[in-house]
Design a protein around this ligand. Structure first.
Ligand code: FES
Ligand code: FES
Length: 162
């Protein structure tokens, strides 16, 4: 039986103390805590459905052991909209028709957010690279790309008014 220990971390802006066995993945821990917006797909790093931000960078939570995120800030798609207004990426995905079954959507949005942080004005290659770890079986990606471009423009506008 794997050793269990309690680690401190932040999840969606909230300080948490979480008991997890040494072999628990971050995906397992988050879903056990009720963060069901983090989806479980392949559980081997292929599909991106489980992506979350750790200190602002997207990672596949199925590949990270929970103990390795001690002291760090974890953000799920639900944590992007904290503070009231819907996050522009979520708004754009809904408006552009980039959500069909929706299983891939939380991971795509998290990956897009991570990419836009470093590349606020992405071209198609930037978007392709940024979302290359995320599979979608429904949309054909065209509307996903539209959504990311739209959200990027909104975020740049918000930035220039700040
Ligand atoms: S569930 Fe993590 S990459 Fe597929
Ligand atoms: S919307 Fe169904 S997998 Fe992407």
């Amino acid at each position: 039986m794997a050793e269990t220990k309690t680690i401190a971390l932040t999840i969606n802006g909230r300080d948490r103390k979480v008991a997890a066995p040494a072999n628990a993945t971050l995906l397992e821990t988050l879903r056990e805590l009720g963060y069901f917006e983090v989806k479980s797909g392949c559980e081997k790093g292929d599909c991106g459905a489980c992506a979350v931000l750790v200190d602002g960078e997207a990672i596949d939570s199925c590949l990270a052991l929970t103990w390795t995120v001690a002291g760090r800030a974890v953000t799920t798609v639900a944590g992007l909209s904290l503070g009231g207004a819907k996050h522009p990426l979520i708004e754009a995905f809904e408006k552009s028709g980039a959500v069909q079954c929706g299983y891939c959507t939380p991971g795509l949005i998290v990956a897009a957010q991570s990419m836009l942080k470093d590349t606020p004005e992405p071209d198609d290659d930037d978007i392709r690279l940024g979302l290359s770890g995320n599979l979608c079986r429904c949309t054909g990606y065209t509307k996903v790309f539209d959504a990311v471009r739209d959200a990027a423009a909104v975020l740049r506008g918000a930035e220039s008014q700040a």
